[in-house]
Design a protein around this ligand. Structure first.
Ligand code: PEP
Length: 252
C-alpha cells in the first residue's frame, strides 16, 4: 500500500504575527516546485490567520498546535476545535511531548482532544513517544502502546482514517539526536502491528505514521525511505524555508 508522505512543520512558540506571514510566503515559494508530499505548517495560534491567508489555494495545510476539548465555556486562555477550524486550520497537533511534559497533558486529556478535533472535521496529528529512561529500560514499545491505547480510546475505524500518528521519541526532540532509521522503523512497525490487532487491515495500511525528532535535510531521506515511515514532524528545521523544502524534497 503506498501512502502519500506528509511533512509537517511545528513552529512551536516561534514566528509571531508579522514574522509568520513572511515565513509562510517563503515556504510557499520554496516548496511549490517540490510538492512531492503533502505539506502542513503549524504556527502559534495568533499567527494562524496570516498563515492561512498566505497559503490560500496552495494545497499547504495549516494546523494548530493544541486545542481544548470543550466547544466553549469558562476556560481562560484556551481555544476550541470549533474556533480553530473557523480560523482555517484543517489539522491539529495533539499530545506533543512538550505539552505532556510542561502542561500536564495525560492520555485522557489527549483522548478528549482527539475526539474534539474529529467532531469538527479537523485531522488530529496524535503524538506518542518514550523518554530516554524508558528506552534505556527497554520499555519503549510498552510506553508507546499504552499512549496509543489511551489516546485512541473510543475511536472507531471510520475516525481512524482521519488521524495521523507521529512517533517522536522525547530524547530526540530538539536535541540533535535522531533515532536511527532502524530504531524508528522498528517502532513504526510495532505501532502498525498494534493497530492491526484492533482495526481492520485496510484502514491500518492507509494510516500515516510520521517520525519526529531532529529531522533535517541531512537525515530525512534515509528516515523517509523506511517502509513504515510516512512522513516527518519537523521542529527546528521547519523554521527556515530552505531546510523545510529540502525535507519535503527528500520525501519524493
Ligand atoms: C517537534 O517539534 O515535534 C520536533 C520533532 O522538533 P525537532 O525537529 O526540533 O526535534
Amino acid at each position: 500500500m503506498s501512502r502519500r508522505k506528509l511533512i509537517a512543520g511545528n513552529w512551536k512558540m516561534h514566528m509571531g504575527p508579522g514574522e509568520a506571514g513572511p515565513l509562510a510566503q517563503a515556504i510557499k515559494k520554496a516548496v511549490m516546485d517540490v510538492m512531492v508530499a503533502d505539506v502542513t505548517v503549524a504556527p502559534p495560534y495568533l499567527s494562524i490567520p496570516e498563515v492561512v491567508a498566505a497559503l490560500r489555494h496552495t494545497g499547504i495545510q495549516v494546523a494548530a498546535q493544541n486545542l481544548h476539548w470543550e466547544s466553549s465555556g469558562a476556560y481562560t486562555g484556551e481555544l476550541s476545535s470549533e474556533m480553530i477550524a473557523a480560523a482555517g486550520c484543517t489539522q491539529v497537533i495533539i499530545g506533543h511531548s512538550e505539552r505532556r511534559q510542561y502542561f500536564g497533558e495525560t492520555d485522557q486529556t489527549v483522548n478528549k482532544k482527539v475526539h474534539a478535533a474529529l467532531r469538527v472535521g479537523l485531522a488530529p496529528i496524535l503524538c506518542v513517544g518514550e523518554t530516554l529512561a524508558q528506552r534505556e529500560s527497554g520499555a519503549e514499545v510498552a510506553v508507546v502502546e499504552s499512549q496509543l491505547e489511551g489516546g485512541l480510546a473510543g475511536i472507531h475505524e471510520d475516525d481512524l482514517q482521519r488521524i495521523v500518528l507521529a512517533y517522536e521519541p522525547v530524547w530526540a526532540i530538539g536535541t540533535g539526536k535522531t533515532a536511527s532509521s532502524d530504531q524508528a522503523q522498528a517502532m513504526h512497525g510495532a505501532i502498525r502491528s498494534w493497530l492491526r490487532g484492533r482495526y481492520a487491515g485496510g484502514v491500518v495500511s492507509s494510516l500515516r505514521i510520521l517520525y519526529g525528532g531532529s529531522v533535517g535535510p541531512a537525515n530525512a531521506a534515509l528516515l523517509l525511505s523506511q517502509p513504515d515511515i510516512d512522513g516527518a514532524l519537523v521542529g527546528g528545521a521547519a523554521l527556515k524555508a530552505d531546510s523545510f523544502a529540502r525535507i519535503v524534497e527528500a520525501a519524493g
